[in-house]
Write a protein that binds this ligand. Structure first.
Ligand code: NAI
Length: 350
């Protein structure tokens, strides 16, 4: 584990402060959360390490633990939190696959999340990834800086008129689909619960999953990680893809079987892959490893393909999203303090 580092930030002193142990804290988290807690009755201990069973003891005396996507909040961790007095786990993100909320309910710890902070932030990032990868901007940027003004190897495709497949038409998937319509793309969608009225409004057609695989030039993933969506992009689904598509994943890394995608890239079955999320982000994403050794051989292999673009789970990283995440989380912490119900739609498992 990294050196333990804690920074205590306290709002104006009040006897009955609500104490919050804040895990995997980054400077931008502190900046936006400190804006919210000013003048409130919240006291934050910012830890730059992640929460898991072995670090849960650091929540001793805290009423709540504030966690992010790579904290490991399993049953053992929740039991340890409970023993240390924690009554609430507040996820400062939308996805909650890293928290065993069934165990939390049994143990008596409430779990809240921020279901919608800025779906625009993630949808726009998905488009940015695709545009960069398609027009080879990542390569062009580096070339020009080296005074290499040649264009060889930078050929992209027009998105206009191409068929885009959106898997998961919740808040983010819908916005992504709508932006693609603005490019003049034909957009097909798949969701367990299709919203036909929305589809009609934006000229989008729902199809079966298999048709997304067989018909689309670009496939963008926007479902949560569930047992059903785990490794939905695998050897079989890639074999169904007839158009050598670009795959974009801004949702959760485990939607993609990395081994299968690496094989498909080696066999040139995919035009490209753009990832904001990765199967094993823990210990790598959000960290500066530029002076270290990368131990993940599959991630290292992915980074060798010039048609793979990876960002480090930054889809959410806009000022608007960080403001909303900190606002909703702090309001829920105040609700806990005052014994009021949590904000509508934020309680996991409700
Ligand atoms: P949402 O809950 O609004 O939409 C999810 C959609 O997926 C729903 O329409 C649901 O019916 C559908 N779905 C669920 N299981 C499915 C299945 N097996 N097959 C097909 N469709 C299925 O969620 P939202 O806000 O659009 O977020 C989507 C995902 O994006 C989140 O679960 C999260 O993992 C990821 N995310 C990533 C961020 C980033 O920074 N890269 C930030 C925020 C969210």
């Amino acid at each position: 584990m990294k050196t333990l580092h804690v920074r205590l930030v306290q709002a104006t002193y009040v006897n009955t402060m609500m104490k919050v142990a804040f895990y995997d804290a980054k400077p931008y988290d502190e900046e936006f959360f400190n804006r919210q807690i000013n003048g409130s009755e919240l006291e934050f201990a910012y830890h730059d390490f992640r929460l898991r069973k072995s670090t849960a003891v650091t929540a001793k005396g805290a009423d709540a633990a504030c966690v992010f996507v790579n904290d490991e909040v399993d049953r053992a961790c929740l039991e340890a939190l409970s023993e240390n007095g924690v009554r609430l786990v507040a996820l400062r993100c939308a996805g909650f696959n890293n928290v065993d909320h069934h165990a939390a309910a049994e143990i008596g710890i409430a779990v809240v999340r921020v279901p919608a902070y800025s779906p625009h932030a993630v949808a726009e990032h998905a488009i940015a990834l695709l545009s960069t990868l398609n027009r080879r901007l990542h390569r062009a940027y580096n070339r020009v800086r080296e005074l290499n003004f040649s264009l060889n190897g930078l050929v992209g495709i027009d998105l206009h008129g191409k068929t885009i497949g959106i898997i998961g038409t919740g808040k983010i998937g819908k916005l992504t689909a709508q932006i693609f319509r603005g490019f003049g793309c034909r957009v097909l969608a798949y969701d367990l619960f299709p919203d036909e009225a929305w589809a009609v409004d934006f000229g989008i057609r729902y199809k079966e999953l298999d048709e997304i695989y067989t018909e689309c030039d670009v496939i963008s993933l926007h479902t949560p990680l569930t047992p059903e969506t785990h490794h939905m992009i695998n050897k079989e689904s890639v074999a169904r893809m007839k158009k050598h598509p670009i795959i974009i994943n801004t949702s959760r890394g485990k939607l993609i079987d990395t081994t299968a995608v690496i094989s498909a890239l080696k066999e040139r079955k995919l035009r490209g892959v753009a990832l904001d999320v990765y199967e094993i982000e823990e210990g790598v994403f959000f960290e500066d490893l530029s002076h270290d050794v990368l131990h993940d051989d599959e991630l290292a292999r992915l980074l060798t393909f010039n048609n793979v673009l990876i960002t480090s789970h930054q889809g959410f990283l806009t000022e608007e999203a960080l403001s909303e995440i900190s606002r909703v989380t702090c309001e829920n912490l105040i609700c806990l303090k005052e014994g009021k119900g949590f904000l509508e739609g934020t309680l996991v498992g409700d």
